[in-house]
Design a protein around this ligand. Structure first.
Ligand code: NAP
Length: 304
């Protein structure tokens, strides 16, 4: 578990560049404006249609036709793209960053982002504070952006080895101003923990839905599914590119968690095959007690 942080007072930003104007980036833009943190928000996305939608919805003030143009003159830059797009974008913007500009991201994996940042940003790496808001949902895209997405959510900040303390404090103050609770971890600690509580459950949900729908009568079974199916599989509706990138970036940790899961599943299967119903009940009782003792830090309709 990360340590809590004293965030200090946040500054305001005259020009905020949001690279990736989807669920997270769009929500950041809306939240920053609602909280009076941003005077002007410039957006950049892969496709012009996304920028047009963001402009039409009033999420951004301006669209830029390159990442470099978006960050030029910005005093805050927020990267909110699938994690594999982070390194190329950092390379594109490195030469355009103002020396006083704070650079943050919102990616779901952190060790890969830390390495990319050191390589791509060089002397500007001290301006970058990697962050992961534990907020979002299975519906991606700017049309689902919400100004209150980060309120009462955890944001994990994972500074690089040589990130100056004033940059960390500034990033924490920024998230707190958006209503989030900030904690700090190292990138490897973050990736190990989130492989266990987020990345593996997504992998299992995707695989389970595929196993169901690929069987000959799966479509019919799906028609009968109720709340248990809904709760277990909500995250299986998540974005394919985002999750491909997460599994690629954090593969070693996710595969390690998958091994532990397979061991647990094998134990359940063995009790069933052997007809050891008392032992099966003990396994279920153990899991049920752990789940009942857990209290959700946030409403159950969120993901990640
Ligand atoms: P999203 O809604 O799909 O938005 C992604 C945005 O990135 C889109 O605007 C997309 O543009 C843009 N983009 C993609 N590739 C790009 C590239 N090469 N260059 C420039 N822009 C590019 O995704 P999201 O859910 O906001 O996720 C964004 C990040 O937040 C990911 O790193 C994810 O791991 C992290 N995160 C997500 C959640 C969650 O629950 N969704 C929670 C915490 C963290 P187009 O629309 O033009 O393709």
């Amino acid at each position: 578990m990360g340590s809590a942080i004293d965030a200090g007072r946040p500054r305001s930003y005259a020009r905020v560049a949001v690279l990736g104007v989807g669920l997270l980036g769009g929500s950041f833009a809306l939240a920053a404006r609602r909280r009076g943190l941003a005077h002007e928000v410039v957006g950049y996305a892969k496709s012009p249609s996304t920028l047009n939608a963001a402009l039409a919805a009033g999420v951004i003030d301006q669209g830029a036709d390159s990442a470099l143009r978006a960050v030029t003159g910005a005093d805050l830059v927020v990267l909110a793209v699938p994690v594999a797009a982070t390194a190329p974008l950092l390379k594109q913007i490195a030469l355009g960053l103002r020396p006083d500009c704070l650079l943050i991201d919102v990616g779901s994996t952190k060790a890969d982002v830390a390495i990319s940042a050191q390589e791509a940003l060089g002397r500007c790496a001290h301006q970058f504070v990697p962050c992961h808001p534990i907020a979002g949902g299975e519906l991606s895209g700017v049309q689902h952006a919400r100004a209150d997405l980060f309120e009462a959510r955890r944001v994990v900040v994972t500074p690089l080895d040589d990130t100056p303390s004033e940059r960390i404090t500034e990033a924490c103050a920024l998230w707190e101003r958006l209503g989030a609770n900030v904690s700090r971890m190292t990138p490897p600690e973050h990736d190990a923990a989130f492989a266990a509580v987020s990345h593996l459950p997504h992998l299992l949900a995707f695989a389970y839905v595929q196993a169901l729908t690929r069987q000959p009568k799966g479509g019919g079974y799906l028609q009968l599914a109720g709340p248990g199916f809904r709760d277990f599989t909500r995250i299986a509706a998540s974005d394919a590119v985002m999750w491909r990138d997460v599994f690629q970036a954090n593969g070693a940790e996710v595969l390690q968690q998958l091994q532990l899961f397979k061991q647990a599943l094998a134990a359940f299967e063995a009790q069933m095959r052997q007809g050891n119903w008392t032992q099966l009940e003990a396994l279920i009782r153990d899991a049920s007690g752990s789940r009942q003792a857990w209290s959700a830090p946030s409403p159950a309709d969120d993901t990640d």
